[in-house]
Design a protein around this ligand. Sequence first.
Ligand SMILES: [Zn+2]
Length: 387
Amino acid sequence: MRCRPPIISGLLTLVALSTLVSCLPSQRTQLTESQLSALIESHPPFPALSPNYYMTTTPAGNLSEQSSPDGADERSNGKTVALLTPMLIPRSPGSDNATIVRDHIMSHFDGLSNWTAVTDAFMATVPEYGGVMGVLNFTNLIFRLTPPGSDDIPSRYLTLVAHYDSKISPFGFIGATDSAVPCAILMYLAESLTPHILARWKSDIDAVSDDTGLQIIFMDGEEALVEWSDKDSLYGARHLANLWESEKKSSQFGRMTALQDIDLFVLLDLLGAGSPAVPCFFEITSWACRDLAETETRVRNAGLAKTKGQRPFIRAHNVMKNVFIDDDHMPFLRRGIPIMHVIPIPFPKVWHTMNDDGAHLSSEAVHDWAVFVTGWVAGYLGVGDFL
Ligand SMILES: [Zn+2]
């Protein structure tokens, strides 16, 4: 429990404790089927996550508008904003398209209430390729939801992560599942949950500093530029883990590093193809994996999933402890951060091929991943009573 009794002395203490103790509802809970329905029906993922919605890419990679379909869910500005489509362009580190995609992500969070952006820009040594030699610019984007009208901030963060860069080869590679879809899902999740998390905090602003908040990282440079190795991969994750390990801050527990603010590091990767099978990878976080699987079950039972008659996406009974996957979680795992890796085994058939594009996505699977993850995070952050 995070309840903090007010400091009151004298005979009235017992009475005061029974009447004045304020307390936010528990976190790390599960939304009920009716709460999941209320959450998703008030803000459905479609059409923002459709690969063809509202904006489309031309062969030159420029963005152009298309008309909005009838009956589209609309934001307060009067039109739904495409989340996924603007990212379905080649976006290797340091390229103009990488800047376009970063601007797309930044402007999305600019349009939401109370999100603070932190940019981790750096240069790193890279192998020689395609006329690039020596060093290249990389930029990680970190967003944190901050409480309204309070200097207090949450003591730790549920940290959701996906990489926004794409492979430089084969030429023109899009990387829809790798990882444009996970990025778009995190943008949708932030838009969907922001008002509910803020409502929770407004209900007891003094309790915010005991709460777990939400942090979302869009990582650059996950892909190898030439050939995967310890030095040619995970540029953004390696830099950020190193940076946060060295950043010290004072807390009620003494000096801590920024890394220790991470409650759980959840990495989404290779999502969006049909019929995925995602196991749990770590015994220590299998509770979170089981909770995500339970959310999937409840979403399906509530009739909110678009993929019907399929085996579950999350296979929580299966902890694949002996499977090693090198990905953006590794620099954090090595520093003792608890990890949940949401990645299908086997990888999608389109993995690292030209077919990993919008046309080969399963729109139903993209929708359902957005609903499963958003519903699970809503329970984790305890917003079930604030929908
Ligand atoms: Zn990849």
